[in-house]
Design a protein around this ligand. Sequence first.
Ligand SMILES: Cc1ncc(COP(=O)(O)O)c(C=O)c1O
Length: 449
Amino acid sequence: MTATLNRAIASFPNVFDPGALSALPDHLQETIRRRNEVLGPGYMLMYREPVEFVSGRGAHLYDHEGNDFLDVYNNVPCVGHAHPRVVEAVSRQLAAVNTNTRYVQEALVDYAERLLATFPAELSKLSLACSGSEANDLAMRVAKFHTGGEGIIVTRWAYHGITSEVSRFSPSLGKGSPLGPYVRLIDPPDPRLAAPGSTLAEHMRAQVRGAIDDLERHGYRLAALITDCAYSSDGIFTDPVDYMQGVVEEVRAAGGVYIADEVQSGFARLGDSMWGFTRHGVVPDIVTMGKPMGNGVPVSGVVFRPEVSEEFGRNVRYFNTFAGSSIPVAAAAAVLDVLEEENVQQRVLENGALLRAGIEELTRESPYVAEVRGRGLYVGVEIVKDRETLAPDRGRAEDVISDMRDRRVLISASGPVANVLKIRPPLAFDSADVTRFLETFAEVAKERL
Ligand SMILES: Cc1ncc(COP(=O)(O)O)c(C=O)c1O
C-alpha cells in the first residue's frame, strides 16, 4: 500500500492510514512494513492504531502483553473465540481423517438433517461451500438457471461478496467495482425514506415493482431479489418487518426468486429467531449462510426449495473440494451443539436487549445520535451532524470508534457514509461484557456524543 490511502480503501470505515505508520510502536511498525512488502492488493487494517492478538476466549481478545480487549465487532467466532467444544471437535477430526463429499460421510448427513430442521419444511436441500461469497455465487447461479432470467435487485449499499459475479451485485464495493447492467438498486427498509403519506411497505413494494419494470424495459427478466436480512452494510435496518411479504409477491409475480442472505443475521444473531427471514413472515426460495457457521473454520451453506435447485443439479456439475469435507463439518456441528447446549438464542435476546437499552439511555439526549437500531446482538448507532438535517458525521463516528479502541473495546462502522456505529459482538457476549461495554461507552459518549 502506498503512503496514503487509495480511493477504494478510503471509502471503507475505520481504516488505518499507512501515512501514520511512523507514529506506531516499533514492533507494530516493523510488522506492518513487512506486511506491506509481501501482501497482495486490497488488504487493510482496522483502527487508527492497529492491534495484533495472540489469543482469545469468549468475547475477549488478548495482545502480546496480555491486555484484555472486549471484542464487540466479530461475528465469525459466534460461540466465542477458541470455544473448547469447537477446538475439541476440529482437533479430533483433524487427527482422524478429512474426506470430501465424494465419499459417504455419516457426519455430513447428520449435520444436514440437523441444520435443515431449523428451517421451514419448504427449505429442504443443503449445499455446502467455503465462504459467504461462494454461497451467494452458487445461489445466484441456481436462481438464474431456474428462472431463465438475469436481472438482480439489491439494496443500494448491499454487500454480498467478492467473486467476479457476486461483486457485480455488491454496490458497497464502490465505483472501482462496476455493477452488472442487469442489476437494479432499491433503498434499504428505512421508514424515513418513504414519501409522506406512504408506508414503508408501500415504498418497498413500489421500488421493487419499478426495478422489475426497468429491468424488463432493458430486456432483462428478473432472476432474483437478494437481501441481507440485517442490511448490515446499508446501515443496519432490522425493523420494522412488515414490508417483505408484498415485496416477495412482486418478485414471484415477475418470475423471480427471493434469496435471503443470512451471512450476517443467521445462527441466532438477532435473538428472536435462528434466521433473520423468519422475522419477516416469508419463506425464501434460497437462503445463504456463512461466517459464524464454523466459528472460524471456513464453511458456508446454501439452502434451497427443492423445486428451485433440482434442474440445476441434474444439468450442472458442482463439486467444491473443501466444502462439506469432514473438518468444516465437525466445526459446524460443534457450533450447533453449543447453540443448543448454552441456549445461545435466549442469551442473545437478553443481553441484546440490555445492550440496546443501555445505549439508548446513554444517547437519548445527544444531538449527534439520530437513531439506535438493531435487534439481538446487532446494534447500529447513527451518528449525525444534527438531528434536524440528519447529515451523516463520519468523523465523529470514527472518533468514537477510536476512543473505544483506546479503552480496549472494539467496534466499527457501517452504512454508505460509515457513520453508523456497528456493534456486533460474538454471541458469547455475556452480561458482564454488556456492563463493561456500557461503562466504556458512557465515558466516550460523555466527550463525543
Ligand atoms: C451479508 C454478507 N453476505 C456475504 C458476505 C461474504 O462473505 P465472505 O466474506 O465469507 O465471502 C458478507 C461478508 O461480509 C456479508 O456480510
